[in-house]
Design a protein around this ligand. Structure first.
Ligand code: AHR
Length: 515
């Protein structure tokens, strides 16, 4: 196939908005084998663990520098009663996890276990409170239990359960999908509830909550508008609301229909391109919600949080349909890399994003085998790892001369090359994805405002889009050094084989200017 040739310009000395590290956030729900049999194997397990938390999982995730972990759901959050998950394990009540497989939940993984997991991972907790079936008092007391120092009923209870010092908790979700599993509310009703719940989630001592209202599904801009209206501003005022500081949105990449989402590993090229069109629509999604927010908050003080994203396929044959266990191929990796380019371009408004989910559920980083207990890193894991230098970096604009190569997919036009760039600590990082299933691409980037040295490149690709990792073949899709690049004067040339993800990083000379 003939290569696509792309010419681009990057001004390495003109820094755009900072890419929040929290767009590389994670999500762990009481769903299938994400918590039980995933993160948490119990203290009696023969798998090495600390307080029941699986240590090889911790080690693998620490290598990603994961910035935050959302818990306990998802839909589960709105039927979770936190007091059931504290105190002696054998006295904790059992409940039914009605959303996910109707299995019994013994509450052995609760608040203390989650906070211990965050400490092991070196990550910030993002707790989703229960609005759907909970009470304002219940949520308010959870905040007090976690974060209040000194003497108070909940602080005493926490101490009685073995934790003297309060924890630091910044990210706090006011419900989840309140338009659906979180209470089936209207936007108008929920916006009032968010103000009410937000009122009673207090800041104790120097712990400052960053409250996130449960936002829209997909392209429901009306939901976003209702939440923005409730903050009481329109036009050029600065929004300074203590009810909530951000709104969320959920968007999954589904190539087929909800009834028939398709297999994670058995798909043809048409399905592959349909998937990429859906993934690329994340740009339209973030632009649409940001535009609505701009009308009420032009100074961008309210954050946008995409706290569930990723691919959603039919479950693997023979597994529990309620457990959402799916394999992960090179296609999933390219979905992730395209999302990150979009996130970097929306750094002015997007403060956080959370892939669904970290372990054994949906587009996971890690899959564990229930029989052999083997741990496998997925192709998606490697994208997070290769891209971690973008966390908290200044975004750099990538201007393309003459446009990117495209392909018609049904009624849609897909750009088959995606690029983003950032600068941090004197290093520039470029991420480049070639989505074309068959043709290679060559990208020629004119670097203005500074020269690159000590350049290194890595590539993630495979013989087929369907390739994936298993305990028998854990490195079928794994990054390796890429020598398909050259640097001559101010021009960086990068060769992108068909269906590949490439990163290029180098030390940059010269100082910077803000945009
Ligand atoms: O991630 C799986 C589920 O998808 C979550 O529980 C819910 O919020 C969403 O519908």
């Amino acid at each position: 196939m003939t290569d696509n040739v792309i010419a681009a310009v990057v001004n390495v000395d003109i820094e755009g908005p900072r890419i929040s590290r929290h767009v590389y956030g994670h999500f762990a729900e009481h769903l299938g084998r994400c918590i039980y049999g995933g993160f948490y194997v119990g203290e009696d397990s023969d798998i090495p663990n600390e307080g029941g938390i699986r240590l090889d999982v911790v080690e693998a995730l620490r290598a990603l520098d994961i910035p935050n972990l959302r818990w306990p759901g998802g839909c589960f959050a709105d039927e979770y009663h936190w007091m059931d998950g504290i105190g002696p394990k054998d006295e904790r009540p059992v409940m039914v996890n009605t959303h996910w497989g109707g299995v019994e939940e013994n509450n052995h993984f609760g608040t203390h276990e989650f906070m211990a997991l965050c400490e092991l991972l070196g990550t910030e907790p993002y707790i989703s409170g229960n609005v759907g079936s909970g009470t304002v008092r219940e949520m308010s007391e959870w905040v007090e239990y976690l974060t209040r120092d000194g003497d108070s009923p909940m602080a005493r209870l926490r101490k009685a359960n073995g934790r003297q010092e309060p924890w630091k908790v910044r990210f706090w979700g006011l419900g989840n999908e309140t338009w659906g599993c979180g209470g089936n509310m209207t936007a108008e009703h929920y916006a009032q509830e968010a103000r009410r719940y937000g009122t009673y989630c207090r800041d104790y001592g120097d712990n400052k909550l960053y409250k996130i209202a449960a936002g829209a599904s997909d392209f429901n801009y009306d939901w976003t508008e209702q939440l923005m209206k409730q903050l009481g501003h329109l036009g050029c005022q600065r929004v300074n609301s203590s009810f909530y500081h951000a709104l969320s949105v959920h968007y999954y990449t589904i190539a087929g229909t909800w009834a028939n989402k398709g297999s994670a590993t058995v798909f043809d090229t048409d399905e592959y391109y349909a998937t990429m069109v859906k993934a690329a629509r994340t740009d339209e999604l973030l632009t649409g919600h940001s535009n609505v927010m701009d009308c009420y908050d032009p100074h961008k003080t309210v954050g946008l949080v995409l706290d569930e994203w990723g691919t959603w396929w039919d479950v693997e044959p023979g597994t529990n349909p309620g457990f959402l266990y799916q394999q992960n191929t090179l296609r999933d990796a390219l979905v992730a890399s395209v999302h990150f380019d979009i996130f970097h371009r929306h750094a002015d408004r997007l403060v956080m994003a959370n892939i669904a989910q970290t372990l054994n559920v949906l587009q996971a980083m890690i899959l564990t085998d229930p029989d052999s207990k083997a741990l496998v890193l997925t192709p998606t894991y490697h994208v997070f790892q290769m891209n971690k230098g973008h966390q908290d970096a200044a975004s750099l604009r990538v201007d393309v001369r003459g446009g990117l190569p495209t392909r018609e997919v049904g009624d849609a036009t897909l750009e088959t090359v995606s690029v983003s760039a950032s600068r941090k600590d004197g290093r520039v990082l470029l991420s480049l994805s070639n989505l074309d299933a068959d043709a290679a691409a060559d990208v020629e980037i004119e670097l203005r405002g500074g020269a690159l040295s000590e350049v290194e490149s890595r590539i993630l690709t495979a013989g087929a889009l369907q390739d994936h990792n298993t305990p028998e073949s854990p490195e079928s899709v794994a990054p390796r050094a890429h020598n398909g690049f050259s640097i001559e004067g101010d021009t960086l040339r990068v060769h992108l084989p068909a269906h590949s993800f490439v990163t290029v990083t180098g030390t940059v000379s010269g100082s910077t200017r803000g945009r």
